[in-house]
Write a protein that binds this ligand. Structure first.
Ligand code: B16
Ligand code: MG
Length: 230
């Protein structure tokens, strides 16, 4: 349980959303592009393996995939491989539109936006985060966006979430993080923030609250449930 001012209605608060798996499902495009790369190197991996890449930075994802294929390369070649993968990935991202926003996300963003004491941040490992938010028309909701190019340490390190909180001038204990990856939940907890897991209790059980998605809830309801754990 975290020591919190969360009950104080006057305090500045924030919601910090992860992107892939919370706002949109870009994991399917990462999978296709990484798999194309693996296939071009002569091996394959499964969708189940791909689960392990959720929330993991681009270079760490490549290192894991090469490990699965029993391969290793120099840093220079690895950089070229990440560029190759990203160029392929971008061809899918550039076709995205608002129809790919996950259920009820827009409603939740609108509900938070109406609250004068709340800011909205993004805490994503993706270097493509801004482009994706622009593609699906959601960038206007965000007060501050942290993407993969702004942090040295990836999740489960709390750096990204702490940066978002400090840029929005909100205390970590007044931030609610929405995350689909166990490493992301770990990062939110390390930042001493509230963690709401989007996915299964089995994977995200350490979070303060777990929901399969946003479809059957309102922001008021989420706040009430979190207040009950303070
Ligand atoms: P990029 P998130 C993460 O996004 C993805 O879950 C992860 O699979 C990906 O490797 C990472 O972004 C980096 O993405 O190659 O676009 O920089 O869940 O933190 O929003
Ligand atoms: Mg994610």
């Amino acid at each position: 349980m975290i020591d919190s001012n969360f009950n104080n209605k006057e305090m500045n608060k924030a919601c910090i959303f992860d992107l892939d798996g919370v706002i949109v499902d870009t994991a399917k495009y990462h999978f296709v592009a990484w798999r194309n790369l693996a296939n071009s190197l002569g091996f394959d991996f499964t969708e189940k393996d791909n689960e392990k890449l959720k929330g993991v930075s681009r270079i760490d994802s490549l290192n894991l995939i090469l490990e699965w294929g029993g391969m290793n390369f120099s840093d220079k070649i690895k950089t070229d491989l990440t560029v190759q993968k990203n160029e392929d990935y971008l061809t899918y991202i550039q076709k995205m539109n608002e129809s790919e926003i996950l259920p009820n996300v827009v409603e939740i963003l609108k509900q938070v936006k109406k609250k004068s004491n709340y800011k909205i941040g993004l805490g994503s490992a993706s270097k493509n985060a801004k482009l994706i938010l622009e593609q699906v028309g959601l960038i206007k909701y965000f007060d501050f966006i942290v993407d993969g190019s702004m942090v040295t340490n990836g999740k489960p390190h709390p750096e990204g979430f702490l940066l978002a909180a400090s840029e929005m001038d909100v205390l970590p204990e007044n931030c609610i993080v929405f995350e689909d990856a166990p490493k992301g939940v770990e990062a939110a907890l390390a930042a001493k923030m509230f963690a709401v897991g989007i996915g299964s209790e089995e994977d995200l059980g350490d979070a303060h609250l777990v929901m399969s998605d946003f479809s059957k809830t309102t922001f008021e309801e989420i706040e009430e449930k979190l207040l009950a754990v303070v």
